[in-house]
Write a protein of this length. Structure first.
Length: 599
């Protein structure tokens, strides 16, 4: 009887939490719609939003973008998540994938995050061998070799979420940071591409359920600081206990074990680099704790153009946060929460994030980062275009429907994303990996799989062109992490995807084009390069990117920027705005690869 009362009490508490969150989400959503309406954000002729499928298909068929899936032939063979799915939220959330060059041989190696199996099973490292460990693939002229065990970065005891390559100690070698459901790992490169795990001694072994992470020198003291997103506090629950789907707009109820509304959020962590290989946790002091956010991803980027790195945090079923860096003169950096004032307090379920300047499409290049954010089912993705108000205040407006990126994403759950120029025409295209968190109706052990989106930039609008992009796009996946890199060194952008409970995909770009490209590499310490603004001028085209400021979802793009030059054989000018405020300028740069160092 006592046990039954306890169970009833717990059910009541869970239901109150769910309905409270639903009510709050409704209020926030109404407020966001009201604000958008008052701003006349996307209220052009509404008929322009009703696109003709036939017209779109005819235009999309002209896209030259093509990919080939080459993972197995190039030596990448593994499966994410051994064992049967256990119907628990951590299993369905991961994992990420990252590109870097820790052996300093000039090509991009690949780190694939994994986990050991179902949360509620007896599977462990001892009885499953190495099936669930993370994998590190060395790139040898386009062919990959698994050197995980030799490198010492398998993290067999971890439950992997995300990864990033970073030189955290300024020794010139790229280290690896891994977020886990449980203690995080920091693998220190010994200079020969073997690693030692130092997270505890460094002070970054966060014990909570960590997801995304972001690096940047926020206080300009010459080393990289770290922000870690923490999601929710998981309390074991019965997968057969259901939450009503009526208010979620779904066909069937959601198991409480899979509903983030069922669990309390966890505060995030901000680690200030001490410069001696250790970190100090200062989330409370900096104003970035975000205790009510169920955080999944974050970026450091100079959002307002004042030279200091700001922080944007993607939250799930809780409002996103924009923390503006208040600048120097303080021993500990201080941030102000300007989410509501800037129009970015988005209450939807936000996962992946990308950063770029899309102003050319709207005829308004302001030199500030725009934000592309992927969302959960029935919420459509967002493209926040930045602008400065009459008084100089930063503001964002969601242009997702004007750019024709909205309607197509309503029926999917978006995760990792890449904002990259796939056909080298000088205009950014968008790749999104999708995968539902809803279970198959007739097989609860499997999640509904979804297609990859490939948005081709046609100048003023995007076209979804995956139907013409290659065989890999004919299939559906439980996609999660996504990271871009020119792994074969041919001057165009390739893409890697991590698939939940599936094999990773390596999509080699095989677009046939005569367009030229310029690959920009930064030869500078991480604290100068990370977050640097790179401008490339080519005729009337002005392209702007931010170095390592977009984290996709639990993932890391290669530290390079590839600019399409179209028919031009050179770029007129490159300006690099380093993170310390200094600049380097080059002129008349031939197509190909260029390495830029501080002046």
């Amino acid at each position: 009887m006592k046990r039954r009362k306890k169970k009833l009490k717990r059910k009541t508490k869970v239901w109150l939490s769910i309905w409270g969150t639903i009510a709050a989400t409704g209020i926030f959503t109404f407020g966001a719609i009201k604000v958008a309406s008052n701003r006349n954000t996307d209220l052009a002729d509404s008929s322009e939003k009703v696109t003709s499928h036939m017209e779109n298909s005819a235009a999309a068929a002209k896209s030259p973008i093509r990919f080939a899936e080459v993972s197995e032939s190039f030596g990448i063979q593994m499966r994410h998540g051994p064992g049967n799915r256990g119907r628990n939220l951590p299993e369905d959330t991961g994992s990420g994938i990252a590109w870097g060059d820790p052996d300093n041989d000039g090509d991009w190696d690949l780190y694939v995050v994994n986990y050991p199996g179902p949360l509620n099973s007896q599977l462990n490292a001892e009885n499953q061998g190495d099936m669930g460990m993370n994998r590190f693939y060395r790139n040898d002229n386009g062919q990959f070799t698994d050197i995980t065990e030799k490198a010492g970065v398998g993290d067999l005891d971890g439950f992997g979420m995300g990864a990033s390559f970073v030189d955290y100690n300024n020794d010139g070698d790229m280290d690896i940071y891994v977020t886990n459901y449980g203690p995080n790992r920091l693998f220190q490169n010994q200079g020969d591409c073997t690693f030692v795990e130092v997270s505890k001694s460094a002070g970054v072994d966060n014990p909570l359920w960590s997801t995304g992470s972001a690096w940047g020198d926020v206080d300009r003291d010459g080393d990289l600081d770290l922000y870690v997103c923490n999601y929710v506090e998981i309390i074991p629950s019965d997968p057969d206990m259901l939450a009503s789907a009526e208010e979620e707009g779904l066909d069937e109820d959601i198991p409480i074990s899979l509903n983030p509304n069922s669990f309390d959020p966890q505060p995030n962590a901000f680690y200030l680099n001490n410069g001696d290989g250790t970190f100090q946790e200062v989330s409370v002091e900096t104003g970035t704790l975000n205790p009510e956010g169920r955080s999944l991803e974050a970026i450091f980027c100079d959002l307002d153009g004042d030279g200091w790195l700001d922080l944007y945090v993607n939250n799930d079923v809780s409002t996103n946060k924009l923390f503006l860096n208040l600048g120097g003169g303080m021993e500990t950096p201080l941030f102000a929460d300007l989410s509501t004032q800037t129009g970015t307090a988005d209450p939807r379920g936000s996962m992946g994030i990308g950063v770029a300047e899309f102003g050319e499409m709207a005829g308004n290049i302001d030199g500030l980062p725009d934000l592309f954010i992927t969302h959960w089912l029935a919420q459509e993705n967002a493209l926040y275009q930045s602008l400065k108000g009459p008084s100089g205040d930063l503001e964002y407006r969601d242009k997702i429907q004007i750019f024709r990126l909205g309607e197509v994403s309503i029926g999917t759950v978006g995760w990792g994303t890449g904002l990259v120029d796939l056909d080298l025409d000088g205009q950014l295209d968008i790749v999104v990996t999708n995968g539902s968190t809803i279970e198959e109706r007739n097989n609860k052990s499997v999640l509904v799989q979804e297609p990859i989106f490939l948005f081709w930039n046609a100048g003023k609008i995007f076209h979804e062109v995956s139907d013409w992009a290659g065989k890999a796009f004919e299939n559906k996946y439980s996609g999660r992490g996504l990271a871009a890199a020119d792994f074969d060194g041919d001057g165009d952008v390739d893409v890697a995807l991590n698939v939940n409970r599936g094999a990773p995909l390596i999509l080699r770009n095989e677009t046939e084009t005569s367009n030229q490209s310029l690959t920009v590499l930064l030869d500078a310490p991480g604290h100068l390069a990370t977050g640097a603004k790179i401008e490339v001028f080519n005729g009337e085209r002005h392209q702007i990117r931010w170095w390592l400021s977009e984290t996709s979802f639990l993932s890391g793009h290669a530290p390079e920027q590839i600019y399409g030059l179209g028919a031009a054989t050179q770029a007129d000018k490159i300006i690099v705005h380093w993170s310390d405020g200094s600049q380097t300028q080059l002129e008349n740069i031939p197509a190909g690869r260029v390495t830029v160092s501080p002046s």
